[in-house]
Ligand binder design. Structure first.
Ligand code: IPE
Ligand code: IPE
Ligand code: MG
Length: 239
């Protein structure tokens, strides 16, 4: 056969959207300006995923660790999130994209939480695409929450300790039906996971770019997808 096979497109991309503060700093602007510009990248990347045929996109928007940031930055981020949801809900409906949230939602301010729940509910029947926002999210926190749910079942006699398998753990995560990410992208160059999807990323391909998140647009996402297309996933086998 001389016809080259089409390179695979990841079914699920997870992104650590980093570098908003540095982007603003480079311009002598307050950090929140970087977060605002980052919201435009989110819109661009959601569209690019749709066009490329990516079914699931998970965005790390706020970590459990991020609560230590200055109050005004946190307040600005929460207001921005609220505004983002108001401004983009129509587009989710137009393209039948389901919005979901993973993380400790009870930590979020009530109006933000209520708006998130409302949009989640209004889009829950959609199957054309999935946008998952990680908010007040931590990979270890997620595993603690899963362990508590499993332990409660064991305590209640509904589950035997020796029947706990990898599938049991996966089934008790925040979004159990979502397949593990195929590709994890981090912007701004840092080579770390920062507590993102620790369980789910165990066999993901990693792609780190120096591009700061507010500069990351369609072409950058396409470059990540192209790089993924060249990878050889072995899953521990010989080939
Ligand atoms: C990522 O950008 C956004 C959040 C963590 C909320 P940063 O705010 O971490 O930007 P840098 O890393 O300081 O440049
Ligand atoms: C990771 O970025 C969290 C999000 C993108 C939401 P951070 O900027 O918080 O990560 P560290 O502090 O560099 O590890
Ligand atoms: Mg950062």
């Amino acid at each position: 056969m001389n016809e080259a096979a089409t390179p695979p497109v990841p079914r699920h991309i997870a992104i650590i959207m980093d570098g908003n503060g540095r982007w603003a700093q480079q311009r002598g602007w307050p950090r929140i300006k970087g977060h605002e510009a980052g919201a435009d990248s989110v819109r661009a990347v959601v569209r690019a995923c749709r066009d490329a045929g990516v079914e699931y996109l998970t965005l790390y928007a706020f970590s459990v660790e991020n609560w230590v940031r200055p109050r005004d930055e946190i307040g600005g981020l929460m207001r921005l999130l609220q505004y983002f949801l108001e401004r983009n809900e129509d587009e989710l409906h137009e393209h039948e994209i389901r919005l979901r949230v993973i993380g400790r939602l009870k930590d979020l301010p009530a109006p933000v939480r209520q708006r998130l729940r409302k949009v989640e509910k209004a889009t829950q029947a959609y199957t054309r695409g999935n946008l998952i926002l990680a908010l007040s999210y931590g990979g270890r926190t997620e595993l603690v929450d899963a362990t508590r749910k499993i332990a409660a079942k064991v305590e209640a006699g509904k589950l035997k300790a020796k029947s706990v398998t990898e599938e049991t753990i996966s089934a008790h995560l925040y979004a159990p039906d979502v397949p593990d990410p195929d590709l994890m992208v981090r912007t701004s160059g840092e080579m770390r996971l920062s507590n993102f999807l620790l369980w789910q990323l165990s066999y993901a391909e990693l792609y780190v770019t120096d591009v700061l998140w507010p500069d990351f647009r369609e072409a950058d996402l396409q470059a990540a997808i192209n790089a993924y297309g060249q990878r050889h996933r072995r899953y521990g086998a010989v080939s």
